[in-house]
Ligand binder design. Structure first.
Ligand code: XLS
Ligand code: NI
Ligand code: NI
Length: 437
């Protein structure tokens, strides 16, 4: 590594909850065993290349505010290499095991597909050499099929086959470099896969195309030896008014109805869940119910507005509920926790990237410890089991086994009379979270 971009900052270490050092982990102790796995294994934390290395904070009202020194070279390949040096310095100083990328986060897209491909392979070679020595890995790769103007009417769901083919070429190259870098998973977030008005849209046809496209990508990767998971990342809106992958439930139905449910799982993003008017934990549970809880894009939204603010996670109650779902469903399948989050526009010091990730990592670590304590040291699981005790024996059990008819329900209800009122005790459950925090 040539230049150091974060010279004043050393390796971030676990110092325990009492430390005064803002550049230390208080709860994330990577080798600590919790529920049979190390914290490192539970989370598989990843830095998101696009937010932390590329995004200088521009918004619709003004330009970027962050002077990232790794973006100053004029040659695109040199700029990409500088950015990668900064990325690996950031990731290794944070002590995190993974990163995630879009193809054109790594290096800028060129005028032609051929030149873009050449650039991507050049930077992938550069990455590979460094990863061999620094041990950092790729949690997932993806293709940016939403930024370029050619995708304004969609990528895989574009009404023009020429654009669909171009998107296919881009996915092929993104898969090639993801595989070259030993990427463990591959993500599809359908930013432009949706529509603005049904007046100009054959929805069924577009969905058929999307399924065909995903199937082709899967077949190509499998033929080339890719063993990882494919994840669909749901989001209900923004940029399209109607996004096809609205929420976890929609995606489960889509994957099942097109026969893609063996290879594809779901990547749940906190702020996308809340945009769909769900909670994060609801989306996790829906994915887990379908055996499709693959990975997480960690961030948080804002209570007072309705878009993807992508703030770093810090809501301990939300995360504790999430960790309960994750622990109870046996963990993430193949994926990890990717910080799809950006520092605020006015957080302009390079050091802010460290504070942001440290805060997110520690929030998850603390939530894991809390959830584990709730599961192992409280009556939480027993209470939840007992709520359903009437299905454990007798007629309730027969109902679950499919041994009753509607007429039987009629006879049972007539015999029993009005059911006894049973409290849901929501507040009692909620108090457990605070008690164990
Ligand atoms: C945007 C998405 C995006 C995906 C990857 O809202 O979260 O960043 O995670 O394309
Ligand atoms: Ni995301
Ligand atoms: Ni997002």
């Amino acid at each position: 590594m040539s230049t150091s971009y974060f010279q004043s900052i050393g390796r971030i270490r676990f110092e325990g909850p009492e430390t005064d050092n803002p550049l230390a982990y208080r709860f994330y102790d990577e080798n600590r065993l919790v529920a049979g796995k190390t914290m490192r294994e539970h989370f598989k934390f990843a830095v998101a290349y696009w937010h932390s290395l590329c995004n200088t904070g521009g918004d619709p009202f003004g330009p970027g505010t962050k002077a990232f020194p790794w973006l100053s070279a004029s040659d695109p390949i040199q700029r990409a290499k500088d950015k990668m040096d900064a990325a690996f310095e950031l990731i290794t100083k944070l002590g995190l095991p993974y990163f995630c990328f879009h193809d054109f986060d790594l290096v800028e897209e060129a005028e032609s597909l051929a030149e873009s491909e050449r650039r991507l392979h050049a930077i992938a070679d550069y990455a590979k050499a460094q990863m061999a020595s620094n041990g950092v890995k790729v949690l997932w790769g993806t293709a940016n099929l939403f930024g370029h103007p050619r995708y304004m009417n969609g990528a895989a769901t574009n009404p023009d086959f020429a654009v669909v083919a171009h998107a296919g070429a881009q996915v092929k190259i993104a898969l090639d470099i993801t595989m070259e870098l030993g990427g463990e998973n591959y993500v599809f977030w359908g930013g432009r896969e949706g529509y603005q008005t049904l007046l100009n849209t054959q929805m069924k046809r577009e969905l058929d195309h999307l399924a065909r496209f995903l199937g082709m990508a899967k077949d190509y990767a499998r033929q080339n030896g890719f063993k990882g998971h494919f994840f669909i990342e749901p989001k209900p809106m923004e940029p399209s008014k109607h996004q096809y992958d609205f929420d976890a439930s929609t995606v489960v139905g889509f994957l099942q109805s097109y026969g893609l449910d063996q290879d594809f799982k779901i990547n749940i993003e906190v702020n996308h869940a809340t945009l769909a008017l769900h909670t994060f934990q609801h989306e996790l549970q829906v994915a887990a119910n379908a055996q499709m809880l693959g990975s997480i894009d960690a961030n948080r939204g804002d209570y007072q507005n309705g878009w993807d603010t992508d703030q770093f996670p810090n809501n301990l109650l939300e995360l504790t509920e999430a960790m309960l779902v994750i622990l109870e469903s046996g963990g993430l399948q193949g994926g990890g926790v990717n910080f799809d989050a950006k520092t605020r526009r006015n957080s302009t010091d390079l050091e802010d990237l460290f504070h942001a990730h440290i805060g997110g990592v520690d929030a998850f670590a603390r939530a894991l410890l809390t959830a584990d304590a709730i599961l192992t040291k409280s009556s939480y699981s027993t209470w939840k089991q007992e709520r359903y005790a009437s299905f454990n024996e007798g007629e309730g059990l027969l109902f679950e086994q499919g041994a009753l008819q509607l007429g039987d329900l009629f006879n049972i209800a007539k015999r029993n009379g009005e059911p006894e009122q049973r409290s849901g005790r929501q507040e009692m459950y909620e108090n457990l979270l605070n008690r164990f925090l």
